[in-house]
Design a protein around this ligand. Structure first.
Ligand SMILES: NC(=O)c1ccc[n+]([C@@H]2O[C@H](COP(=O)([O-])OP(=O)(O)OC[C@H]3O[C@@H](n4cnc5c(N)ncnc54)[C@H](O)[C@@H]3O)[C@@H](O)[C@H]2O)c1
Ligand SMILES: [Fe+2]
Length: 387
């Protein structure tokens, strides 16, 4: 099989990296920029420094602050229309996956004739969009490095991924200072999302030597920093490691793909609006447990990356230790794994299975072919108890 890695052009990382934004904007010759963020991030003042720096550099800035969490097609269309009315030679996204995905779709829409709804239905845009600079404030989705943007399609109760290499952003600025104010539960949920990207890309049928390098190093970084970020939000070093891990997850997605955790999670986000990271976290240990039989050697390698090896352990024992670690991690991060507590009831399981089955783009890459019965069993178990 041949494989490829469509890649972001530049990543600027480390404390104070945001200070490089004017130089980045000037490198595109931009005289105007649209800054896209969400209301929460805006209220926290995380965009103020960027706005001032760009203005000082003589760049006209329009700020759009109304990206909702996990936006729908209609909500993204609204932002596209706002951006159409502004001068926009550069798009800067400051926020989590919601702001970054929206910014990527705005960028494409400003330069292509197909509409967002057409893209959702599978029509492919043909040219790159307005240049984009991504500044993630969660760690996270890795959207700064992926060719994906996810939108909610309410009439189908599902979240849909639009995927094209044309959407891989130009520059990512990873400034860990921006993530220091993340509340512990968002740190936990988004951190598990990053870990899922890294692990799923590694066990995916699309795993390859390019994606593998980013997956394994990302798992190493996340395993050594996520608990620390959760316990000590101000630990800059841990925040920096987690941000790099998250971007590595995005790079891995750009070459491999996520699998059953993400496929089973989309209907939970689509129908119950469970935040993306939390939905993945709820599914993560059980789905990885079920996949174990198909990838013992890979689980052993991931266990090693997490420093779980002790003298004399076989691959089987390492794989067990790895699955146990995932359950332990959820407990440590106080992630409540019961779907029942989130209002999900047994009578909707068939609809959830139907929704997940449609996500063939991801489900087809799972190392083990999951039957409908097995998917039913996963939802059923997670509705009943907290494994
Ligand atoms: N494009 C991709 O490859 C990709 C991958 C995974 C997920 N996603 C999508 O990304 C979205 C989720 O993104 P997310 O998990 O980053 O969450 P998010 O962007 O929805 O943000 C969650 C909340 O955190 C707040 N927040 C963000 N940064 C903060 C900070 N530094 N301090 C305090 N609060 C902060 C926001 O205001 C918001 O209320 C979903 O729509 C998901 O489907 C995309
Ligand atoms: Fe994700």
């Amino acid at each position: 099989m041949s494989y490829e890695l469509g890649s972001i052009r530049k990543i600027i990382s480390g404390e104070g990296a945001l200070g490089r934004l004017p130089e980045v904007a000037q490198s595109f010759g931009a005289k105007s920029a649209v800054l896209i963020t969400d209301a929460g991030v805006y209220r926290l003042g995380l965009t103020r420094g960027a706005e001032e720096m760009l203005q000082k550099a003589g760049i006209k800035v329009t700020v759009i602050t109304d990206v909702p969490p996990e936006p729908s097609v209609e909500q993204v269309e609204k932002v596209i229309n706002e951006a159409r009315g502004a001068e926009c030679e550069l798009i800067v996204a400051i926020g989590g996956g919601s702001a970054m995905d929206t910014a990527k779709l705005v960028s494409l829409s400003l330069r292509n004739t197909c509409t967002l709804r057409e893209m959702v239905k599978g029509q492919k845009p043909t040219v790159r969009g307005v240049p984009t600079v991504m500044v993630p404030t969660t760690a996270g989705t890795g959207s700064e490095a992926t060719p994906n943007a996810i939108v909610l399609v309410p009439e189908e109760n599902l979240k849909v991924g639009i995927v094209t290499d044309l959407m891989i952003s130009d520059v990512a600025i990873l400034d860990p200072v921006l993530t220091m104010g993340l509340p512990p539960q968002i740190t936990a949920n988004t951190g598990i999302d990053a870990l899922c990207h890294l692990m799923e890309c590694y066990i995916s049928k699309k795993n390859n030597p390019l994606s593998e390098a980013f997956s394994l190093q990302g798992i190493r970084l996340a395993a050594h920093s996520l608990r620390e970020c959760y316990l000590n939000p101000q630990d800059l070093c841990a925040r920096e490691m987690m941000q790099v891990a998250s971007t590595y997850g995005g790079v891995a997605i750009a070459s491999s793909s996520t699998t059953a955790i993400h496929a089973l999670s989309y209907p939970l986000g689509g129908r119950y609006h469970i935040p993306h990271g939390l939905a993945n976290a709820i599914l993560m240990p059980l789905v990885m447990d079920i996949n174990r039989e198909s990838c013992v050697a890979k689980y052993a390698t991931m266990a090693e990356a997490m420093d779980l090896r002790q003298d004399g352990m076989s691959d089987e024992a390492l794989a067990d230790a790895f699955v146990k670690e995932l359950y332990d991690l959820n407990r440590f991060l106080k992630i409540k794994c019961s779907l029942g507590e989130r209002g999900v009831t047994a009578d909707v399981i068939d609809d959830l299975v139907e929704g997940a089955s449609k996500v063939t783009r991801l489900l087809g890459n799972n190392p083990k072919d999951l039957t409908r019965e097995e998917m039913r069993g996963i939802y059923e178990r997670l509705i009943k108890d907290n494994p």
